[in-house]
Design a protein around this ligand. Structure first.
Ligand code: 13P
Length: 248
């Protein structure tokens, strides 16, 4: 069985005071045990040590990005080794905002995922189509190409969570319907079975992201191939707790 996974991607948000408030809310929340749901919160780099030090021990932290290879003369970047050194277990890679705004290619994301895994990080790898791609009927071709660029560079999928985040649903309030999410998740799982292996297909968690909130999470969580969520806006609010609770 795949353990339900709920990630909170805070994106480029938060002040020192706001971060402490969010953590207090999470720390006081009554949620299902860590045998039932894996919770990972992802603040901006500068808040990682603070969040790690304050956050309850049954939740974990993720960075939102890291450099593609070993650190060195790369001004402004943060390396996978640094995250490991600070005890940060997870990193989000390939988020659509970075693909679109910072021109991260499928291949570059694949290289990043492979390097982060090689350093011992666990990776939330994001894929997803734009509205234009969906309307032209190329959703599956797009997400398969994104998945293939990762699959080509790695051999072990134990430390990967695949996040399907349709770009048209991110930050728009236009959540995918449960049927739309399930359709792509099931096709992705089939893609994994056909191109990677049956074990990887059945054990890899495929989580949904894009306008998930406290009101729509329960129905999405009921779909067979939806193994959790990557939450943006709602992860900064108390309703993130309700999303964690949708695990049961
Ligand atoms: P929203 O939940 O704000 O739509 O963002 C989703 C997302 O991009 C999570 O990585």
């Amino acid at each position: 069985a795949r353990k339900f996974f709920v990630g909170g991607n805070w994106k480029c948000n938060g002040t020192n005071e706001e971060v402490k408030k969010i953590i207090t809310t999470l720390n006081e929340a009554e949620v299902p045990s860590e045998d039932v749901v894996e919770v990972v919160v992802s603040p901006p780099f500068v808040f990682l040590p603070l969040v790690k030090s304050l956050l309850r021990s049954d939740f974990n932290v993720a960075a939102q990005n890291c450099w593609v290879r070993k650190g060195g003369a790369f001004t402004g970047e943060v390396s996978a080794e640094m995250l490991v050194n600070l005890g940060i277990p997870w990193v989000i890679l390939g988020h659509s905002e970075r693909r679109a705004l910072l021109n991260e290619s499928n291949e570059f994301v694949g290289d990043k995922v492979a390097y982060a895994l090689s350093q011992g990080l666990k990776v939330i790898a994001c894929i997803g189509e734009t509205l234009e791609q969906r309307e032209s009927g190329s959703t599956m071709a797009v997400v398969a190409a994104q998945a293939k660029a990762i699959a080509d560079k790695i051999t072990n999928w134990d430390n990967i969570v695949l996040a399907y985040e349709p770009v048209w649903a991110i930050g728009t309030g236009k959540v995918a319907t449960p049927a739309q999410a399930q359709e792509v998740h099931a096709e992705l799982r089939k893609w994994l079975r056909d191109n990677v292996g049956a074990d990887v297909a059945s054990s890899t968690r495929i989580i949904y992201g894009g306008s998930v909130n406290g009101a729509n999470c329960k129905e999405l969580a009921g779909e067979a191939d939806v193994d959790g969520f990557l939450v943006g806006g709602a992860s900064l609010k108390p309703e993130f707790v309700d999303i964690i609770k949708s695990a049961t």
